[in-house]
Each structure stands twice: as C-alpha cells, then as structure tokens.
Ligand binder design. Structure first.
Ligand code: THG
Length: 714
C-alpha cells in the first residue's frame, strides 16, 4: 500500500494527527543550545538539524508519545534564499536532508504495524512574496526543488507546504515538489496549508474560496489552514472552504491568538480548550487532519488525540462551479445570465492608445486602461502586449506583474508566443485563462500549450484553426473543436470546464460572397458544440463580425449578433464593454435590418447594402428620434427612462425638480424601484448586459442621496 493509499484509508476511519510546534519548543530549551551549536547564527533553527539533533529528537519524542501520526521536519526555512540571510544558502541540501533523517529515525523508532508514523516534510513560505515582485518564480522554484529533493533523500513520506502567504509561492513550491518526485521516481503526496490572517485573507489578500479555486486543478492530497490566528478565528474559514473544496482538509492552528508580551509572542490557549476547539472543526465535511502550530506542546497534541480519535471524519463534499481567479476574487466561467465579459482594450494590436503606452514603457499608464474596463463592468481582462516590430518579453513581464498585483479581476494573457504565455504564468498567482492555442502549426505546439495550462492550473481558449487553415463553415468549426477537445481532455487531462472554444468570427462587412453566411456558421457551430459538449465554454472576438463597417453602425450589428450567439449558447465574449447596446435600445426596424444581414435573408447579399444605407447616419437619426420620444414622456416616465439609461447627469436635476410635485416616497418606491425591476427583468432575460445594470444601480444610488434628509429625523 502506498503512503497516499494508507492515508486515504486511515482518514476514512479517524482524523490523522499532525504534531505541534517546533519553534516555541526550541525557545523553551534555548538555554541548552550553545553558541557553538548556533555557529554564530542564532535563530537559524535549521542549523540545529546538524548541531543539536538530540534536542530535536527530544521534542519529537514528546509528540510521538502523545500519539501524533505525522511528524513535521525542522525545515521550514530550509532553502537557499532564506538560509542566505545567514550566509549559509549553500548548505540548504545538507541541512534539509539531515532534518528529514532525524524525523525518519524517530518515526521508525515509534512505528508499529498497527500505527505507522510518517515523516511530514515541512516547506515554509520563506521571507519573500513573489506576487509583490520580491522574488521571481524561477528563483523560488530552484530553491524549493533543492529542498524537496533533500526531503525525499532524507526519508520524507509527505510534503507539507505550510504557512503559505501567496498563491504564486504555492505554485512554485508545488512545481518543485512535482519536479523532485519525477527526478527521484517518487510519489510523495502534497499537503498544502495556508495562513489566513486576522483580516480574513492570506497576507497577499486571497480568501478561502479563492485559494480553493486556484488550487482546484492541482493533484494535491489536502488543503487547509495553519498559523496566523488561533482556532477561534478559523471556524468561518473552514466552513467556507468545506463548501467549495472536494478533497480532505487540514487544520493545525496556534494555541490561541498570539499576544505580544514584552516583544515575545505568547500563546494563551491551554490543551483542553485547544482540543475542544479543534474537535469542533470535525463537524465540517472533509476535515481529516488536525494538529498544532505555534505555542502548542505535546500536552496539546495528547489532548487532541484523546478528543478526536474516535470521531469519523465526514467525507469531503465541497464543490464550486468552474472559475478563474485573481489573487483577490473568483469569477465563474459560466455567468448567469451569460455572457462573461472579457475586456479587449489592453491590447497593443487592437488599441493605438495602449500600444503607445507600451512604446513609451509607461507601464503604470497601462494600468489605467485595465481599471477603466473594471469600472465599465468587465469580468476578465485580456492582455496582449505584442505588436509587429517589437520583442514582447519585457513588456509582458512588466504589464502582467502590475496587473496581477493591482487589478482585482482575473487575467487572460494573450500571445502568439509560447514564451509570452509562460512569462505570464510565472507572474500570475491567480487562476488565469490562456489566449490561445490552435492546430495551425500541428499537434506539437498544441501539446506544449496544453501542458502549460495543465501545469499552472490555467483555463484555455482554443481557436478552430488546423493545419489546413481557419475553419469557415459550421461543420469544420465543430470538427476542429471536437478534435482539440479530445486531445486536450484525453491526452492532457484538462477538464472540459476549463476549455473555451473560439469558433472564429469573420466580418459580414466585406460583401464577399464567401462570407455571406459567416454569422450563421458561427451561431450554428456554437449551438452544436454547446449541445454536444455542454461542459465547455465558447467565446468570440465580437467586433470581428462588423470589421470594415462604419464605426457608429458597428455597435448595432455587434450587439444584435451577440444576442443571437448567447441564445445559441455562447458563454463568454471579448469586447469593448462600453460599446455594446442593450437590445431595448435597438428599434424593431434596426433589429430586422441587422438580422437580415446576420442570417443572410436577402438575395445576392443585399442585406449588407440595406444595413449600410440605414445606418449611414445612425447617430444623427437616433438622437433626433430619441429627443422627440423623450419630450413626449410625462415626468414620471422621464425619470424611469433616465434611470434605465443610467443617465445620472440628466436625471439628478429632473428628480430635484420633481420633488415639488411628486412625493419623494413615490419617486423612490414606485418610479425608481419600478424602473429597477424592469432593468432586472431585462438582465434576467439576457437583453441587458451587466454593465448597464450597474450603471442604472449607480444612478439609483446617486438619486436616492438627496432624499436622505427627508427620511431621517433630526
Ligand atoms: N478571438 C480571441 N482573441 C482575440 C480576438 C478574437 N484577441 C484579439 C481580438 N480578437 C480581440 N480584441 C480586440 C481589441 C481591439 C479591437 C478589436 C478586438 C478594436 N480596436 C479598434 C479598431 O480596430 O477599430 C482600434 C481602436 C483604437 O485604436 O483604440 O476594435 O477574435 N480568442
């Protein structure tokens, strides 16, 4: 039976117990550690693995006697970049291996056939946060790999990435453990434990649900929490995690919330209360590993063993819909109502303004392009820094590093170069989606990008292009998508939920006969793909459909086309969020003209000429017609209309004036709330997109403010 099988088998019957603190145990024995043993580096606990093994053995002996199953190695900071703070980075391998060997020896001593004890190889976060640019992923990976190899060589059974502060640090450590497993032909399971601070998130800002979304694609034994606060604070985070995480959960908390006493941390919770608090966590699905962190002693672990050993852990049942995530939040890939809006503006090929910022290396300036899209209601930001005549690595590095830190939305790195995608993946702590892969250059390149998505736990956009070329008919779009689907899921183990197909949209604006049915082909292909493979997603670059047409006319065709694609099952769309028009603002006649073009309803491609003619001065006609229609409304109708349009500027003075004729309660409770209801219905039926809803809500908020004094007494 493998270690993993033994563990999974054991936690079906009882929770497994992780030992308690090492640091505070060493502090209690500080007077017995000589200057010679510290070698002039007092505080570098890893040195004790070679200079004071007897003291460590004594601590381990206490935990083993108390009944712990998993004994943690004294290797929390045992990698070059932390040890270098003591100028001994070159001793990382030696100190780590020795640390594992001590635990191995003690576990062997206490193991019986009925109760094996396991070596838990501790890998801490180090002292740097890669998401803040303190250190690059590559350097972390290299230090962690040396550590992971030494842990295996010293006899470790299970890796424990503990006290994690930053998801990007977790990915580097995880990849290091995987690389070490491969190099040693070993299969050590990996446990991950993050620290949630008093504020309710990891140090970098990631909450329990988001870390679960980021780590969901990885093959790990468990996810859980340690350190930071005391067990009292962890209940709500464990509850949140248990709802979304479908694998075992671990908790090894401190002995209470640390207090500062004369510059030292003091942990106030005694063994009984500690054990009672931890026992309480067993009511949550999946909680299967319990233990202690800072301030806990063999007495705490003994009390814990006594309290929980006869309890059967509940099976993990958590799940969450497929999502992508930034460091700070998750976004469901399937929005309800659809679609997920992907902001297109941070694109050096598609935006002159963005390109100029890149050329000037004004990276801070590129941040505002993304922020505008966040405000406009995008769910996800496409980032493409590449354009002809400029090498993109440096730009990708700088832009993604900034976006990953400062933009609260997930990212979609967009590059034609594998190296560009990889640069982005090494900077993004969240769960991103790669744009994109195709079969134009054959399967080898396709495979490399799928492997990247798999390795980093990213979702993937797949374009229907094969060795022959771009798919133009619904049939070939579907066939290429199906071929890619099979290869990505069967060969690379990607989940259908993480695949988003772009069925390629060509313009209806060229008049070229070959493209008269370009709209129909996409719509039909979306419908067939989403019916056959309902778990996948679909996307398209919306503005492609109207390329070459008048800029004021394009939003009408785009919006109408988007509507039909959503009806057919489209789940995401790459757009300028500001440029879509809700259907209730497109007249029946305009809708018909657009539909004739999209569905090729007129002979000889005449629908295009109708479209061009009708929309030739659309802005002017529209505003005249709109003005006349608006003027014909009564005061109440005007207020409702402006709210639905999200028109703050015109609405505030109107409401101010109306207050004298209409009771404020009526304005709010009947007119405004009534109009918001209509907005809600339009949103629910897919006729109004989220940004417009937000705009209306914002207008509602602004207009309720002047009433405040009327409602509050005094
Ligand atoms: N599918 C996938 N990815 C894509 C596309 C796609 N990425 C790039 C592109 N298509 C989507 N992004 C844009 C970005 C900008 C514009 C269109 C699509 C755009 N730009 C203005 C124009 O060309 O008129 C430029 C205006 C300006 O300079 O500001 O419309 O299809 N998977």
């Amino acid at each position: 039976m493998s270690v993993k099988e033994y563990i999974l088998d054991t936690i079906k019957k009882r929770p497994m117990i992780i030992d308690g603190a090492m640091g505070t145990q060493l502090q209690d024995r500080a007077d017995r550690i000589s200057d010679a043993q510290w070698e002039g580096n007092e505080g570098c606990n890893e040195l004790l693995n070679v200079t004071a093994a007897d003291i460590l053995e004594e601590v381990y002996s206490g935990y083993l006697t108390a009944g712990a199953d998993l004994i943690t190695t004294n290797t929390f900071g045992s990698f070059d970049w932390v040890l270098d703070e003591y100028q001994i980075g070159h001793r990382a391998y030696e100190l780590t291996k020795a640390g594992a060997q001590i635990v191995k020896k003690m576990c062997d001593k206490f193991s019986t056939p009925e109760h094996p004890r396991l070596v838990l190889g501790s890998i801490g976060p180090g002292t740097k946060l890669p998401s803040l640019g303190h250190m690059h992923y590559d350097q972390m990976l290299s230090g962690y790999t040396e550590c992971a190899l030494a842990l295996i060589d010293g006899g470790t059974d299970v890796f424990l990435l503990e006290t994690c502060q930053d998801p990007l640090q977790i990915k580097a450590a995880l990849h290091a453990c995987q690389a070490a497993n491969i190099e040693r032909e070993a299969e050590l399971p990996i446990m991950i434990s993050v620290t949630i601070e008093l504020a309710g998130t990891m140090l970098i800002g990631t909450d329990a649900q988001t870390i679960a979304a980021i780590l969901e694609p990885f093959d790990i034994l468990s996810l859980g929490f340690n350190c930071g606060t005391g067990p009292e604070q962890y209940g709500k985070h464990i509850k949140a995690l248990a709802e979304v995480w479908g694998k075992p959960i671990s908790v090894h908390a401190n002995a209470g919330l640390p207090q500062n006493r004369g510059g030292y941390s003091y942990y106030p919770m005694g063994p009984d209360e500690f054990a009672t608090q931890q026992e309480n966590f067993m009511k949550y699905d999946g909680v299967s590993f319990l233990g202690g962190c800072c301030g806990t002693t063999p007495q705490h672990i003994r009390a814990l063993v006594d309290k929980v050993s006869s309890i059967t852990p509940k099976v993990a049942t958590g799940s969450q819909e497929a999502c992508i995530a930034s460091l700070f939040s998750t976004v469901a890939l399937k929005q309800n109502p659809a679609p997920l809006l992907i902001g297109e503006r941070s694109n050096a090929t598609g935006s002159k303004a963005f390109k100029e910022l890149i050329l000037a290396e004004d990276y801070e300036g590129t941040l505002s392009v993304a922020q505008q899209q966040v405000r406009a209601g995008a769910h996800l930001i496409d980032v493409n820094v590449g354009f002809a005549g400029r090498e993109e690595s440096k730009d990708m590095l700088n832009v993604i590093a900034l976006y990953a830190q400062k933009i609260a939305l997930p990212l979609m790195p967009d590059s034609t170069q594998i190296s560009g995608l990889e640069i982005a993946l090494k900077l993004i702590g969240g769960k991103c989606i790669l744009n994109s892969v195709n079969l134009e250059d054959g399967e080898e390149r396709f495979d490399i990008i799928c492997q990247l998505a798999k390795k980093y736990g990213a979702s993937l956009v797949l374009l229907t292009i094969d060795e022959v070329g771009m798919a133009k008919t619904a049939k070939s779009k579907f066939e290429i998508a199906e071929r890619m689907y099979k290869r990505a899921t069967e060969l690379h183990g990607l989940r259908p939920e993480d695949l988003v197909f772009d069925l390629l949209t060509f313009t209806l604006g060229s008049g070229d006969e070959e493209y008269w049915t370009a709209g129909i082909e996409v719509i039909d292909a979306i419908r067939e793909l989403m019916t056959t493979y309902p778990r996948v997603g679909t996307t398209l670059g919306l503005s492609n459909i109207s390329f070459g047409l008048d800029k004021d006319a394009r939003p009408y065709l785009n919006s109408m086309f988007l509507h039909h694609c959503i009806q057919a099952g489209l789940s995401t769309v790459i757009i300028n969020v500001k440029h879509i028009i809700p259907l209730n603002k497109i007249s029946d006649e305009q809708q018909e003209i657009c539909n004739n073009l999209i569905f090729n309803k007129k002979p000889k491609g005449e629908a295009l000429f109708d479209f061009i003619e009708h929309f030739s001065d659309v802005e002017a006609t529209n505003s005249e017609e709109e003005d006349a229609a608006y003027d014909a409304l009564n005061e109440e109708e005007k207020i409702a209309k402006l709210l639905m349009d999200g028109d703050k500027e015109r609405m505030i003075p109107l409401v101010e004036a109306a207050r004298h004729n209409i009771k404020p309660e009526v304005i709010v409770n009947e007119i405004l709330i009534g109009a918001m209801k209509v907005v809600g219905e339009l949103f629910g039926s897919g006729q109004m997109q989220l940004p417009f809803v937000l705009q209306s809500a914002e207008t509602m908020k602004k207009n309720c403010r002047p009433f405040k004094p009327l409602f509050t007494k005094g």
